[in-house]
Design a protein around this ligand. Structure first.
Ligand code: S3P
Length: 435
């Protein structure tokens, strides 16, 4: 498949963004370990989420799709069955890390693996706290995949100070804590997304969470629930930036997740001068949602602090793109974690920015981008994407402001999180061509 992104005449219209990836993983897993049948609507049908769904099926959970909703028969915290085959999580750090926590409290062994990119990503960050809790979990000598988990005699709650701000690590600990003796308390340096906490609360767990501290008290069961998944804010981010940087644009995105631990990008873009309105506020379960209207805007540079980073970690590549079309030098502090994502996203973006003839530099812990302002047209080039969905979508959006067009390498990676990206983009007026 080939994806070409051509200079566009502006974006218009209203679309509903498919379900959030983080919340979809958690909804499936929580439903699978609750008592009774849960219904999930607007589940994200991406490769990442479908791999989690398939793993749960391999572990003996019945999941049926009927009339656009998924029905999951929960079997309780320890009701999963041993899988005959290795569990495969594809590209998904969230899938494998959350499931590792849950599989650590089962009375059978599991082997977990993933694709080439996931096989290189660090797993020590979950192996360490789970082992401290009493889990038997190991990876290769380099603490990478495959992971082996064998039954443990006893899992204890943990008092854990997180060395990295990571919702995946926090959530792995929380899932393991469901089978632990005693309470678990997690303290974070910077606030990471709290979807697990909200979902646990929705399913009836005894959990408190505020700012940087989460406490889960011993909980015996989850009660099955009906869950409507909010639109994915991270998917929306691509079209929000697309509308801001394309002249004559006016788009509305419906029922987008507005969890405060996810929307730092929105705040940054508004500070940069973005014409963005958030309205029709409501909630799906414990998650806030709203509609978002975005119009073309002249942007100023931004400053991202280390505390902002976990809240916009997945949006950094597209915020880099927005910064290219802003006036002034944008600065991004302590974005080291970008190197441990589906690709080394800092390197991937630096390569692309070079081809876009955008000046960028590193000053100590700070990455800086010198914006070219509204109306800048990037030269035509082939964007390397390292099979990383967010890199591919970021350059596809940059192409809307090109001299004529840019080509996106391996665009299939987009299916990892947003299979509808090209179709919805075209509907809004993005000049995408596939062949
Ligand atoms: C996620 C957490 C983040 C994010 C990822 C999804 C989650 O990873 O980058 O796309 O669903 O918990 P880290 O927690 O490792 O930063």
């Amino acid at each position: 498949m080939k994806l070409i992104s051509k200079s566009s005449e502006g974006l218009h219209g209203e679309i509903k963004i498919p379900g959030d990836k983080s919340i979809s993983h958690r909804a499936l897993i929580c439903a699978a370990i609750s008592e009774g049948t849960s219904k999930i609507s607007n589940l994200q049908e991406s490769e990442d989420v479908i791999n989690t769904l398939k793993s749960l099926k391999q572990l003996g959970i019945s999941i049926v799709k009927e009339n656009e909703s998924y029905y999951i028969e929960g079997k309780g915290f320890r009701g999963l069955k041993e899988s005959e085959n290795r569990l495969y999580f594809g590209n998904s750090g969230t899938g494998i890390r959350l499931m590792s926590g849950l599989l650590s409290i089962q009375n059978f062994s599991s082997s977990l693996t993933g694709d080439e990119s996931l096989s290189k990503r660090p797993m020590k960050r979950i192996i360490e706290p789970l082992s401290k809790m009493g889990a038997n979990i190991s990876g290769t000598n380099e603490d990478t995949l495959p992971l082996q988990i064998t039954p443990s005699k006893k899992i204890n709650g943990i008092n854990y100070k997180m060395p990295v701000a990571s919702a995946q690590v926090k959530s792995a600990i929380l899932f393991a804590s469901l089978g632990a003796n005693g309470d678990t308390k997690i303290i974070e340096k910077s606030i990471s997304r709290d979807h697990t906490e909200r979902m646990f609360e929705y399913f009836g767990a005894s959990i408190t969470y505020s700012e940087k501290e989460t406490t889960l008290r011993e909980t015996d069961t989850f009660t099955s629930q009906n869950i409507e998944i909010p639109g994915d804010f991270s998917s929306s981010a691509f079209f929000i930036v697309a509308a801001l940087i394309s002249k004559n644009s006016d788009i509305t995105l419906k029922e987008v997740g507005m969890n405060p631990s996810r929307i730092a990008l929105l705040k940054k873009l508004i500070q940069m001068g973005g014409d963005i309105k958030v309205f029709n506020h409501s909630s799906f379960g414990k998650e806030p949602v709203a509609d978002v209207n975005v119009k073309s805007s002249s942007l100023n540079s931004c400053e991202v602090t280390s505390d902002d980073v976990p809240n916009l970690i997945d949006e950094l590549p597209i915020l880099f793109i927005a910064s290219c079309f802003a006036d002034g030098i944008s600065s991004f502090n302590e974005i080291e974690e970008l190197k441990h994502k589906e690709s080394d996203r800092l390197k991937a973006m630096q390569n692309g920015l070079d081809k876009m003839k955008i000046k960028h530099f590193v000053d100590g812990n700070v990455f800086c981008i010198e914006g070219m302002g509204t109306g800048y047209k990037i030269p035509n080039f082939l964007a390397e994407t390292y099979y990383d969905h967010r890199i591919a979508m970021s350059f596809a959006i940059a192409g809307l402001n090109s001299n004529s067009s840019i080509e996106i390498a391996s665009p299939e990676s987009i299916n990892t999180s947003f299979p509808e990206f090209i179709e919805l983009g075209i509907k809004l007026g993005c000049n995408f061509e596939i062949s």
